[in-house]
Ligand binder design. Structure first.
Ligand code: GTP
Ligand code: MG
Length: 725
């Protein structure tokens, strides 16, 4: 603990107890607050009883005559009236400020007592031209009150306090509101709008297939005046679309639509020139084969640790016949032997020794079942905060989500972050930032609260406002009280009379009512690799992942990025069954031949040889800063997550702040605090496979984390410089 106190009687007497110390620190921050507002009017309003006696008060009065002082930590030139650095929050360390004068003072902070790491952190900060560097002579002192004295701790405290002060002062920045515009929405809004209207005029039979890149639906309607009479079978539709694409005026439109996508010097390793996206024509097999199969719906199961996600998935699969009674009995017996009887259903998903011993999920487990309308892929994510990066990898593939909430007393509150960071909130923010719009909130463990309606209503009330603030629409949220353990409201409506007050649907019906998002089937292949496995049935190593665009079949040539090696698809498995082809949205395992296995890595991408994905390490991002304790500075180190890739990165520029009210931007800043939106530049340690968000959403969404916490979510607005494979 550090006692910061201005010159006064108590100090000269040298006896200050901890209670007094608290008041002193409070006084200091009040002063900092007043001074940072730099307003004489404020000073007049300030309670003079709290003002320090003597010279500090004079300083405040005289501050209008001061110039600048240079911070010894970040070298930023501050207004002389500030007692702490405006940029990094370090205390003004002029000799007069922290000098030991009193006989009874034990410690002082001097220039060289600021950590070397802190200096390194700010080494690249821009400097403001110094008018004059004159040290103030504020007689502030650092006094030690106990053995807990720690300069680093005091710096952190000041950083935190500084963040609060700064956010108060940034009056021109309207706090971000999820329900108005997210960076994600800003880019997608116009595109969605033009894609949606008049949709059923011409694609009633294949609502989930997007048109080839650049084709506007209005154009289709204009060129085809009698579209109501058209044969709307997929094959005919494809022909129509191809013909339209070849008419001259539409071609020029397509070209202008796609100008941002043209990458002039993009080449694959075999030196083929990259072809403009609008030149891509999918093979006929894409729309002719296998349309009779149900579309695939990928659902991420997320939520706070121990909320019952794995138990819920295991129970659901058992009820649907995907796990046999024999298997469940085996899990029950084994779990009981290990003293973890309650985890029997969870063991159906948690199959590694470590996961079972620790009783937590560590990696995303994948399971399949068929509902009335779709082939469902369940992505059971880890809830523990240490495994959020793995959870991000699962969420990156999701079309919808089941947010599992533990209804029992104290557990729901923990998930909401009452005692620190709660993963219910973090997961909800992450799934929304990955473009998931539909969410089923499974309020689990209702048996632990006697299926009380009051508890369910309380949870719904608390969580719904947060979900709305994340950007979820009320109509896309389904609330279900259930018990995975006692099989209530899972595949049939509840049998327990205590749930008589609930009149909604069961979980399976809620899943069936989820719609499959629009798929980019007619675009070139993009398959981000989430895992690399060696499988007996597949014969050799295989890449697992969800197709984000295009389609593949056995014999297709694919480019393996970032290595740039060409390979041939040997075998495809979907839901552990061999299949001839896979389309956008399908989660598959693809075995490849003709490549060196070391080049097949999670975080890589399989793509069409003529349309290689970009590889880059310098990116421009539009981000939304979440609730953070430490500001994001130029030079801050972050963990950069994009689809299944994770890379160390550094914030190199804060280009501009986004004013959410007007949607326009104001000039750059030196730091970002909670709830601000900004355009920034990041430099990655190693290049990743990436696409601009406007070109491919799935490969253009990013998450920034630092110190084990998600600090910002956003999109790739520009690939600044591409690297070659
Ligand atoms: P992580 O993956 O580690 O985040 O945990 P999880 O959310 O998958 O939880 P898991 O399924 O492993 O269950 C955690 C504990 O909650 C186990 O002891 C389960 O028996 C218990 N549990 C799960 N569902 C219910 C329920 O409906 N009622 C009660 N009372 N307990 C449940
Ligand atoms: Mg689990």
């Amino acid at each position: 603990m550090v006692g910061v106190r201005h010159n006064g009687d108590a100090l000269s007497e040298g006896i200050i107890n901890k209670a007094q110390f608290g008041i002193c620190l409070g006084d200091l921050f009040m002063l900092l607050d007043v001074m940072s507002n730099s307003s004489k009017a404020n000073l007049d309003e300030f309670d003079t009883d709290h003002l320090p006696r003597g010279t500090l008060a004079k300083q405040i009065e005289n501050k209008s005559t001061c110039d600048f002082w240079r911070c010894s930590v970040c070298t930023y030139d501050n207004d002389d009236s500030l007692l702490f650095c405006e940029l990094c929050g370090a205390l003004h360390d002029s000799p007069n400020v922290f000098e030991n004068k009193g006989e009874n003072e034990v410690y002082s902070i001097r220039n060289n007592s600021i950590s070397v790491m802190a200096k390194a952190l700010f080494a690249r900060m821009p400097h403001r031209t110094t008018k004059k560097s004159s040290p103030t002579d504020l007689p502030l002192r650092i006094d030690s009150m106990s053995d807990e004295f720690n300069a680093k701790a005091s710096l952190n405290t000041l950083h935190e306090r500084f963040t609060v002060l700064t956010s108060k002062r940034s009056v021109s920045i309207v706090p971000f509101r999820f329900d108005i515009l997210s960076p994600d929405d800003m880019v997608s809004q116009g595109k969605n709008f033009s894609r949606m209207h008049q949709k059923d005029k011409y694609v009633p039979s294949i609502p989930n297939m997007a048109l080839p890149s650049g084709l506007d639906e209005n154009e289709v309607v204009r060129v085809l005046p009698h579209c109501e009479e058209l044969d709307t079978s997929p094959a005919c539709l494809y022909e129509v679309v191809s013909n339209i694409a070849s008419t001259d005026d539409v071609k020029s439109q397509i070209l202008s639509c796609n100008l941002p996508h043209l990458k002039l010097d993009k080449r694959s390793k075999n030196n083929k020139k990259a072809i403009p996206l609008d030149k891509y024509k999918p093979g006929k097999w894409v729309y002719e084969q296998g349309l009779e199969t149900l579309s695939q719906l990928n659902i991420a199961v997320v939520g706070h640790v121990d909320s019952g996600k794995s138990t819920l998935c295991g129970r659901l699969l058992h009820l649907l016949g995907r796990i046999s009674n024999k298997e469940i009995h085996k899990y029950q017996k084994e779990a009981k032997e290990k003293g973890k009887g309650s985890f029997a259903y969870a063991w159906a998903m948690d199959d590694s020794v470590e996961e079972r011993e620790r009783g937590i999920t560590m990696t995303v487990a994948i399971a399949h079942f068929e509902s009335k309308n779709s082939r469902v892929v369940l992505l059971d994510s880890p809830g523990h905060k240490d495994f959020v990066p793995n959870m991000i990898s699962g969420v990156a593939q999701a079309d919808a989500a089941i947010l599992v909430v533990d209804a029992s007393k104290g557990s729901f509150e923990a998930g909401m972050g009452i005692h620190g960071v709660g993963q219910t909130k973090e997961h909800a923010q992450l799934i929304r930032s990955f473009g998931v719009e539909q969410i089923v909130v499974a309020v689990n463990k209702m048996d632990a609260v006697q299926y009380a309606q009051e508890r369910f209503d309380y949870i719904k009330f608390q969580l719904s406002s947060f979900l709305r603030s994340c950007g979820f629409k009320e109509t896309h949220i389904t609330w279900i009280p259930l018990s995975a353990m006692e099989n209530q409201n899972l595949v049939t409506l509840a049998s327990d009379v205590r749930l008589i007050w609930y009149h909604g649907v069961c979980l399976l019906d809620a899943i069936d009512s989820l719609y499959t998002p629009e798929r980019d089937v007619f675009k070139p292949l993009l398959l981000p690799i989430c895992d690399v496995i060696s499988s007996h049935s597949l014969g050799q190593i295989a890449a697992c992942g969800k197709l984000e665009a295009g389609a593949i079949r056995q014999g297709s040539k694919v480019l393996v990025m970032p290595s740039g090696e060409l390979a041939t698809v040997r075998y495809i498995e979907r839901d552990s069954q061999a299949c001839a082809l896979a389309r956008t949205g399908d989660h598959v395992a693809v075995s490849l031949q003709g490549l060196d296995g070391v080049n097949l890595v999670p975080g890589g991408v399989l793509c069409h040889p003529d349309f290689p994905v970009s590889i880059a390490s310098l990116l421009e991002l539009k981000i939304l800063v979440l609730d953070i304790k430490m500001p994001i500075l130029i030079g801050s180190h972050v963990e950069f997550h994009i689809h299944h890739a994770k890379e160390a990165a550094r914030v190199t520029k804060i280009i501009s702040l986004i004013n959410q009210k007007g949607g326009d931007t104001s000039k750059g800043s030196r730091l970002l605090v909670s709830r601000q939106s900004a355009i920034i530049e990041v430099s990655l340690d190693r290049p990743v496979c990436v696409e601009e968000f406007s070109g491919c959403r799935a490969l253009g969404r990013v998450v920034l984390r630092a110190s084990g916490v998600t600090v910002a979510v956003g999109i790739v607005s520009r690939v600044i410089a591409e690297d070659l494979p």
